[in-house]
Write a protein that binds this ligand. Structure first.
Ligand SMILES: *Cc1c(COP(=O)(O)O)cnc(C)c1O
Length: 370
């Protein structure tokens, strides 16, 4: 049996340090917005190379609060990728703004910079690129487009902890970025968690209030804020796991290179490595050639051999019941990719032998490129 992602195995090497950290928090008698959270915020800001990190309750809140903090709301439009986890879109909807989807590039799965112009209207306020599967979006094109049109750039970095674009970490590329520490992410907590990174001092100050009832002085509320905080236990766990993040991403990268070599010549597209992009390899997603239905057959054949795979994501956001009633522009690439993509097992604790088994199974089940 080859798991897609086994969190028990992922967290096992950290267990002694985590046990100690949990005891430390327990005995401190202080469980919300204390020294663990502020230490993690400093350490994660330093890791990303930004001035500020604000811990919040989850990745969706990180994105939603950032939009709020930038004053984006009803009547505004935010450009988003058509293919992403639903949270990117939901954040925009939650502040009362409208998501405006743009198709991905077929080879990189990231938002196609050449299609941005067509999505622009007088109401566009921001663009929210997603570093999908851990690969940085094409930030040069996105940032210059945004500067030309006076738009804010909010990175959805929920899959890209540690990834780099031209040597700069994801999270330090736009005006602000939202991270998730959902357990399955590259930097995962033992529950929900999230953070915002930014170099904007005023935005950071506003976000610190927004996440804590609009308050920075107890029982004095300047903003109609919310309760969205990274608790002390999760922050303590994240501080431990942050120390190994680069090493764990390097382990992912070695397995990804193994896949890239071993899957050459098959009737599938391998993840493109854009020049300048250093992926965090959160997911390793291939896209199968041929007729629709082939992906499902290959996935079943792998399952029969004990190999677990997943699909990220089986239904594009504009096809989801909560959004399907709206009139969306044609998004042919997202529509087509959702039926071809297959996510293969990858994590810092998968063994090379396991990856080789997946490669061998795919070589038998997929067939050669035409
Ligand atoms: C996981 C994820 C989120 C949301 O994070 P949560 O912590 O689950 O709220 C947002 N965007 C993307 C691209 C994600 O993968």
């Amino acid at each position: 049996m080859i798991d897609f992602l086994n969190l028990l195995r992922v967290n096992a090497p950290h267990q002694p340090a985590i046990d100690e950290a949990i005891q430390r928090v327990l005995k401190s008698g202080w469980y919300i917005l204390g020294s663990e959270c502020s230490a993690f915020e400093q350490e994660f800001a330093a890791f990303c190379g930004v001035r500020h990190c604000i811990g919040v309750a989850n990745g969706l809140d990180a994105l939603t609060l950032t939009l709020r903090g930038l004053g984006i709301g009803p009547g505004d439009e935010v450009i988003v990728p058509a293919n992403t986890f639903i949270a990117t879109w939901l954040a925009v909807s939650q502040v009362g703004a409208s998501p405006v989807p743009v198709d991905p590039r077929r080879d990189s799965h990231n938002i196609d910079p050449e299609l941005l112009e067509a999505a622009l209207t007088p109401r566009t306020r921001a663009i929210m690129p997603v570093h999908l599967y851990g690969q940085p979006a094409q930030m040069d094109e996105i940032l210059s487009f945004a500067r030309r049109h006076g738009l804010k750039v909010i990175e959805d970095a929920a899959q890209a902890h540690g990834a780099r674009w031209r040597g700069v970490r994801c999270g330090a590329l736009g005006d602000a970025a939202g991270f998730s520490f959902y357990p399955g992410k590259n930097l995962g907590a033992l529950g929900d968690g999230g953070a915002i990174t930014t170099n904007d001092d005023a935005l950071a100050e506003r976000l610190r209030k927004l996440r804590n009832y609009g308050s920075s002085v107890k029982y004095w509320h300047e903003l109609t804020g919310t309760n969205s905080r990274l608790d002390e236990l999760q922050a303590a766990v994240l501080r431990i796991k942050l120390q190994s993040l680069d090493a764990e991403n390097a382990a992912r990268s070695r397995l990804a290179q193994r896949y890239l070599q071993g899957l050459q010549g098959l009737a599938l597209d391998l993840p493109l490595q854009i020049k300048g992009a250093e992926s965090a390899w959160h997911l390793f997603v291939v896209s199968l050639h041929g007729e629709t239905g082939k992906r499902d057959r290959v996935q079943q054949a792998l399952a029969a051999r004990g190999i677990s795979t997943l699909i990220h994501y089986p239904l594009a956001c504009h096809r989801q019941p909560c959004y399907a009633a709206q009139d969306w522009p044609a998004l042919p690439v997202a529509d087509d990719l959702q039926d071809r993509i297959l996510s293969l097992p990858i994590s810092p604790v998968h063994q090379v032998e396991e990856i080789d088994q997946v490669i061998a199974a795919l070589r038998e089940e997929v067939g050669s490129a035409a």
